[in-house]
Design a protein around this ligand. Structure first.
Ligand code: UTP
Length: 274
């Protein structure tokens, strides 16, 4: 199977936990310091060697497209001034990769958002980043670590993290057997289980590498927990027929979809910037 070049960013969710901020601004555009969450994700994908960013947007998400584009008026206004350096990083991002977009018309869950992205991915393995899970690891980003694993194992891989047992109901949770350091072969996966029913405390976070057969599986996947089409259910189906791996990544992860995680990330990146 071919090398991973494309990264899909499902970014169509309503971000209700951040209302009213997310009423007119996409959650993915909320900044940690001066950079929107989505730009952190795109930079992580570029660092992993990917050059095609495929973004699933929805109504009210136009700011995303404008962000990854040239703003001629602004560029003209600050050209030659000391303020120009503020745009250096985003200019580099825009030059390093291409962006394509499709819209999810009805928000029927993460699995459905990924299936909506099929038109941008076609028949090749790809990465998925949920930008509201902000990851940081010096010089070897979480997606980079996963791409290297994919090159060895050539199968779907999910990033997992140990969470307190009482929080399993916020995540997809896996069970599996270790086949290497920090790497498990998945044999069970449950979406948002009650702690008493959770098969472990290994929670899936917003980094995935998926093989393209996932699209056919998603097409057949019935709505699950919360009436949404869950990627967890599709991955469990894939794990039954092929191998799916879970990787305990190196680095930090902040749940920026929640206010607590967002504040934690802001404090962390602020301290790091000093
Ligand atoms: P979340 O459940 O964290 O996002 O989905 P949300 O629905 O935007 O947030 P809350 O819970 O209402 O605060 C995880 C990711 O999947 C995307 C979201 O944009 C987010 O990146 N998603 C979710 C979609 O793109 N489409 C969907 O139908 C659902």
């Amino acid at each position: 199977m071919s090398k991973i070049k494309k990264c899909l960013f499902p970014a169509a969710g309503y971000g209700t936990r951040f209302l009213p901020a997310t009423k007119a601004i996409p959650k993915e555009m909320l900044p940690v310091l001066t950079k929107p969450l989505l730009q952190y994700g795109v930079e992580e994908a570029i660092e992993a060697g990917l050059n095609t960013m495929a973004i699933v947007t929805g109504r009210g998400k136009r700011a995303i497209e404008d962000h990854f584009d040239i703003s001629y008026e602004l560029e003209h206004q600050i050209k030659g001034s000391s303020k120009e350096e503020y745009l250096t990083q985003i200019r580099k991002v825009i030059q390093a990769c291409t962006f394509s977009y499709t819209r999810q018309i009805e928000m029927k869950g993460l699995g459905h958002a990924i299936l909506t992205g099929e038109t941008l991915i076609a028949d090749e393995p790809f990465a998925v980043i949920l930008a509201d899970d902000l990851c940081d690891n010096e010089n070897n980003g979480v997606l980079s670590q996963m791409v290297k694993l994919y090159e060895k194992y050539k199968c779907s891989i999910v990033a997992v993290e140990e969470v307190p047992m009482q929080e399993t109901n916020k995540y997809g949770v896996i069970a599996g057997e270790f086949i290497d350091d920090n790497l498990l072969k998945v044999n069970d996966m449950v979406e948002k289980p009650d702690p008493k029913d959770a098969p472990s405390n290994l929670a899936i976070i917003g980094r995935y590498i998926l093989t393209p057969d996932i699209f056919d599986i998603l097409r057949e996947t019935k709505p699950g927990k919360g009436g949404e089409i869950q990627i967890t259910d599709a991955l469990l189906e894939q794990a039954k027929n092929r191998k799916v791996l879970a990787y305990k990544f190196e680095g930090k992860r902040f749940d920026c979809g929640s206010v607590d995680g967002f504040v934690e990330a802001t404090n962390y990146f602020y301290a790091k910037s000093k």
